[in-house]
Design a protein around this ligand. Structure first.
Ligand SMILES: *Cc1c(COP(=O)(O)O)cnc(C)c1O
Length: 387
């Protein structure tokens, strides 16, 4: 039986191989590998796509989040509210600027921040909220912005998994104060290496981020380097090769997001007859871009091995490779032990961590492969009692 991977980037690449090869070769021949029009053109195109006036490229999604916090002067003594059910980078940057992450629980249906819990977590030290549009699905930005405005807090959207997702016909990354994007290869718009970007409508923020991403270096024009350094920055540039690749792939993004959506809809249809599985739910006012298709498998036995893990390993033996995003919520991570969170404190995300399973989904996945995934799941479930 053919193995079905969780994601296969080679299929996307085959389609645009010639286009990429020609463009990459041109960059190689140009002798200009950092900065230049490849980067500024991409920044302009991505700003247009998201629907904002400013885009600043940087080295990764993690750096985008870090640069956002730095540009807003968030640091020592400040608190930032975020979700415990996300990739570590979302919280790591809060710690890295010297601020304190305040973790709150999630909505069990969307896996995004539970909006009912935000206000109780706000203190006089709270400066910002970082919502994550997890698995490609936007959080209710109408309610979130209302809460943030009421308490005068910045909203930094972590859009790493939601490139092209929309809330009320506005792209995520254009609704909060700053949007942070990752172009890690497996994101919906992926580079061939590390890359990231920030989006905003505040020109001052863009100026500040440009300064920070290049050692705090004052730049009068692109040609003249002053060697005057105004603030402590870092080296977090987007390079010309990645920017060139991203420009090409951006033209295919809508098409690829559409393919992901169709594949997700097909899963909803063919997995419907398996009542032991809880399928993903979407909000009507939002448009998800399905970076992941994540189901829940509730635990049946209350023994040492979770039902989810049992099924995951059986699927693996049948050639269906699934993933667990994320097995341990951030408030229980060893690195955050000193924050003093206890097991049981954020029960909804702790339960999600035990039940979630992300099935293979990527542009170019074949109908037969999805049918195979459904068939194997059905087979695994048939061994469980009462199903
Ligand atoms: C991928 C990801 C990041 C980090 O992006 P990198 O480019 O890998 O640094 C941040 N937040 C979330 C939710 C992510 O999925």
């Amino acid at each position: 039986m053919k193995q079905i991977p969780p994601v296969d980037l080679t299929r996307q690449h085959e389609l645009i191989e010639q286009e990429l090869a020609t463009a990459v070769l041109a960059v190689l021949k140009s002798g200009r590998y950092i900065g230049g029009t490849a980067v500024t053109d991409f920044e302009q195109q991505f700003a247009n796509y998201i629907g904002v006036s400013e885009c600043v490229g940087c080295n990764s999604g993690t750096d985008a989040l870090y640069l956002a916090l730095r540009a807003l002067n968030i640091g020592q003594g400040d608190e930032v509210i975020t979700t415990s059910f996300t990739f570590i980078a979302t919280a790591e940057v809060i710690t890295r600027v010297g601020a304190k992450p305040v973790f709150i629980d999630i909505n069990p249906d969307t896996f995004n921040l539970d909006l009912n819990l935000i206000e109780a977590a706000i203190t006089e030290r709270t400066k910002a909220i970082i919502p994550v549009h997890l698995f490609g699905q936007p959080i209710d930005m109408t309610r979130l912005m209302a809460i943030a405005d009421r308490h005068n807090l910045y909203v930094i959207e972590d859009c790493a998994q939601a490139i092209g997702a929309e809330w009320h016909n506005h792209k995520v990354g254009s609704i909060g104060y700053i949007g942070c994007f990752s172009f890690f290869p497996t994101k919906n718009l992926g580079a061939c290496g590390d890359a990231g970007a920030l989006t905003t409508n505040d020109q001052n923020i863009a100026v500040q981020v440009r300064l920070l991403r290049e050692h705090g270096l004052e730049r009068k024009s692109d040609q003249k380097i002053s060697y005057r350094h105004l603030v402590t920055g870092l080296n977090s540039r987007l390079d010309a090769l990645q920017a060139t690749i991203l420009q090409i792939k951006l033209r295919y993004l809508e098409q690829w997001n559409q393919q992901r959506t169709e594949a997700a809809q097909y899963y909803q249809q063919i997995l419907q007859p398996l009542p032991a599985l809880k399928l993903p739910k979407t909000l009507l006012e939002g448009k998800s871009v399905w970076n992941q298709y994540t189901i829940r498998i509730p635990d049946l036995f209350n023994q040492s091995e979770l039902t989810r893990d049992l099924i995951r390993s059986q699927l693996g033996q049948m050639g269906v490779i699934s993933m667990v995003y994320y097995p341990l919520p951030l408030h229980l991570q060893p690195v955050y032990q000193s924050l003093g969170y206890q097991k049981g404190q954020l029960p909804v995300c702790e339960q999600a961590a035990q039940e979630v399973l992300s099935l293979p989904l990527f542009p170019g996945i074949e109908t037969e492969e999805q049918q195979q995934v459904a068939y194997c799941l059905k087979d695994c479930l048939s061994f469980l009692p009462n199903h």
